[in-house]
Design a protein around this ligand. Structure first.
Ligand code: OAD
Length: 236
């Protein structure tokens, strides 16, 4: 890991936000908060009972609004400012901690908590306020079609064309705090590796697709990622 990289992709999962106090999905107190995934995170659930789904995300929004970025998010900002390469952040997280830390080139492939999409006209707008099934779209005026702009099971991921291009042309792929069990994000390391990238994984533990990585850095990302960033900057 000594060369000067030109195109870096950093994939992040819930683990990068853990040290900001946000629960990961597959921990005991997971983010679905004892709700069944099929009741709050599938498109069928949304059509069946939109207000139940809205209530779930309405309750989550203030916690994510209040959360503050940690040293791992800030390390990415430092890398983007002090290392001369195209550095993209592809995140599965719906929180906005990358934005709060000042990261740039962020792709929220699973959507983001502070956005709403109108399923009638496709209009996307930002809000931290509660949303209900009675609200009207500010663009088309139709009520009952507003949905949190969060990718539910049964929906396509966002920005995949751009992300595919970034993955196949990157020379360093870094994965931070993701369990690597939810596809397609779990397969990104493979795409990057087949394109010739070096691959590094930051996690607290060994993940199920760990064999795809050239290097594993074990420990809390708020400690390990800043060290890694400093090493990259020193060697550049
Ligand atoms: P998970 O909860 O599956 O995994 C979090 C990972 O972060 C685990 O592998 C932990 O070991 C690791 N971890 C926890 N704390 C850490 C720390 N301080 N430093 C480093 N690593 C740490 O979360 P994701 O992989 O993000 O999708 O889950 C992927 C997707 O599953 C989510 O985006 C969500 C869910 O289905 C949707 O909602 C569409």
């Amino acid at each position: 890991m000594n060369k000067q990289y030109k195109n870096i992709v950093i994939l992040t999962g819930a683990g990068i936000s853990a040290e900001s106090g946000l629960a990961t999905f597959r921990s005991a107190d997971g983010l679905w908060n004892n709700h069944k995934v099929e009741d709050v995170a599938t498109i069928e659930a949304f059509w069946r009972n939109p207000d139940y789904v809205h209530q779930f995300y309405n309750e989550m929004r203030p916690e994510l609004f209040a959360a503050k970025p940690n040293a791992a998010h800030l390390a990415i900002t430092k890398l983007q400012k002090e290392y001369s390469a195209n550095i993209s952040v592809v995140t599965q997280n719906v929180d906005t901690l990358h934005e709060k830390a000042g990261n740039t080139n962020i792709y929220h492939i699973h959507g983001q908590i502070n956005q709403i999409v109108c399923l009638n006209c496709g209009h996307v707008f930002e809000t931290w306020s509660d949303v209900s099934s009675e609200d009207k779209c500010e663009q088309c005026g139709i009520a009952g079609m507003l949905k949190p702009n969060i990718v539910f099971f049964g929906e396509n991921l966002l920005y995949m064309d751009q992300v595919d291009r970034l993955l196949s042309s990157c020379d360093l792929f870094v994965s931070v705090g993701t369990s690597g069990v939810v596809y397609p994000a779990a397969g990104f390391v493979q795409v990057a590796k087949f394109g010739g990238a070096e691959t590094v994984e930051f996690n607290l533990e060994t993940t199920s697709n760990n064999y795809m990585f050239d290097r594993h850095i074990t420990g809390p990302a708020g400690t390990t990622l800043p060290q890694f960033v400093d090493e990259l900057i020193e060697k550049s």
